[in-house]
Design a protein around this ligand. Structure first.
Ligand code: KG4
Ligand code: ZN
Length: 334
């Protein structure tokens, strides 16, 4: 078995998969309620909470499946990019747990894991593919010349798409995280959308920018007010504006690179409006779309387990005393 932990932001998640990638256990504990009063993730609170919860989740993984640590061939964990305190919680915990049985560890890159679960475990990611990770921390487009090497070809110059959802939700009086709340509120609207800001300019053609859109939305909400029946219209229009901007840049990138497949993951990829329009766009362009299943879009340990399995198969393990295992909050820059 591969035991896996994800703790790079505000989700504590544990999974167990076997050597074929079959899932035996997966449980995530969200910290949304803890961070909600602050309107965003408080790193110190997040790492303390991961430390408290990890042993309980790992205990549950073994007691509920009847498996034991003796059946674990390796333990995979996110070592970056992410919040250093959260990364350190899992690193310290797994180093202690696994050292006792001399179980190797597998450091996993969080962004690669988001993209890896967009395809089946036995499916290879072809050379020259394109990938998008769209979440609360990332709106990043990558050219994958040869998996797992990622070349950044476009990124947000200000907020990530998930942040734009979260900030817009706040203005509408909806709780954090805002993406699912905006999606839910938007479901009650089926008419035409309000157009806030289109044709967003960025210095580089494949970059994204959401802050102007957010500002236009905030001033619209402040001037019009939120009466009960306008909430679905506002939520749906804002959602459509974010999705339209994503699709505009994706369309340009697909046109420029003609990738053999387009991989998409990250929390915002769970958005159904985005999924529907993206599928149409990829069909029009004749490019196969591989998008993570909705339950695996946000942060989760299954993506760490499956990426860990792939690394295990290619022998990329670290044995005790695990000296190469350290938090890499800015993995690609360190
Ligand atoms: O990948 P994720 O769980 O965590 C990281 O940021 O790494 O993504 C969380 C983000 C939040 O900003 C949340 O509002 C957004 O993804 N999100 C959504 C949806 N579900 C989560 N945004 C739009 N629609 C959704 N259904
Ligand atoms: Zn993530």
């Amino acid at each position: 078995m591969i035991l896996a932990i994800e703790s790079s932001c505000d989700d504590t998640s544990v999974a167990l998969v076997d050597m074929t990638g079959a899932l035996f256990f997966h449980r995530s504990l969200s910290q949304n309620d803890l961070h909600a009063p602050y309107g965003g993730v408080v790193p110190e609170l997040a790492s303390r909470t991961h430390s408290e919860r990890l042993p309980f989740l790992v205990e549950a993984a073994f007691s509920e499946t009847g498996l034991s640590l003796d059946q674990v061939a390796a333990a995979a964990l996110t070592t970056g990019p992410g919040l250093s305190g959260g990364l350190l919680s899992a690193i310290s915990y797994l180093k202690g747990l696994c050292w006792s049985k001399k179980i190797p560890l597998i450091p996993v890159h969080h962004i690669r894991a988001h993209l890896r679960v967009a395809v089946e475990i036995e499916e290879e990611i072809p050379q020259e593919s394109l990938g998008l990770v769209v979440s609360g921390g990332h709106t990043h487009l990558y050219r994958i010349r040869k998996w797992p090497d990622l070349d950044l070809v476009g990124r947000t110059v200000d907020d990530a798409a998930g942040e734009a959802f979260d900030k817009g939700a706040k203005v509408l009086g909806l709780p954090y995280p805002g993406g699912p709340e905006i999606e839910k509120a938007a479901e009650a609207w089926s008419g035409p959308f309000l157009k806030f800001l289109r044709g967003i300019h960025t210095p580089r053609e494949l970059d994204f920018s959401f802050s102007g859109l957010k500002t236009a939305f905030v001033s619209h909400v402040r001037s019009e007010g939120i009466t009960g029946d306008r909430l679905p219209l506002m939520a749906a229009s804002y959602q459509d504006a974010i999705v339209s901007h994503l699709l505009d840049r994706i369309g340009k990138a697909l046109g420029r690179f003609h990738p053999p497949v387009f991989l998409v993951g990250g929390g915002v990829a769970a958005n159904q409006h985005f999924r529907t329009l993206l599928k149409i766009l990829c069909e029009e362009k004749g490019i196969p779309l591989r998008i993570a299943p909705r339950p695996l879009c946000g942060d989760n340990a299954v993506m760490i387990a499956l990426t860990g399995l792939e690394l295990f198969r290619s022998g990329e393990i670290v044995r005790p005393p695990y000296s190469e295992i350290r938090p890499r909050p800015r993995w690609d820059e360190d």
